[in-house]
Design a protein around this ligand. Sequence first.
Ligand code: FES
Length: 172
Amino acid sequence: MSEKQNQSKKPGISRRKFLTYTIASTGGFLASGVLFPMIRFAIDPMLQKGADTEFVDIGPVEEFSEKPKSVEFHIKRKDGWYEPEGGEKATAWVMKTGAEVLALSPICKHLGCTVNWEGGGNPNHFYCPCHGGLYTKDGVNVPGTPPNGPLDVYASKVEGGRLLLGPIKQRG
Ligand code: FES
């Protein structure tokens, strides 16, 4: 029997398979090095948004009514190495219908201006002065105006008669 025939009958892995596995695993390793940061960058904000935001006491719940009230508060949130002293300033339009509390972000979903309650002569609506955006009282964008989504909402809960706001969430 020739040496070549002997080699082909040797148990174990052939040179061709070894090279194929080596190239495939090296390629996979290099690809993961490129893809992992890209995927993490893409999904990290979704995972991080509000993940480490604590609930903040914004006052006695009976101070709120069906009429939206603008509230300013500070959220303790760490953004990478940045952790502002005294927290990050935030605002919300807060209203209460019966026992149900709704706390809306004032940031317009078009290009990020600040919406006002009943601004621009629009009764019972939130109005964005930048491009004439309109939202209903519950923060839903009015079709035919620039915003293409409803205002974000803060998580809320009542504890001991106090209203607490938490992480902000997107709707729609
Ligand atoms: S930023 Fe609000 S309508 Fe354009």
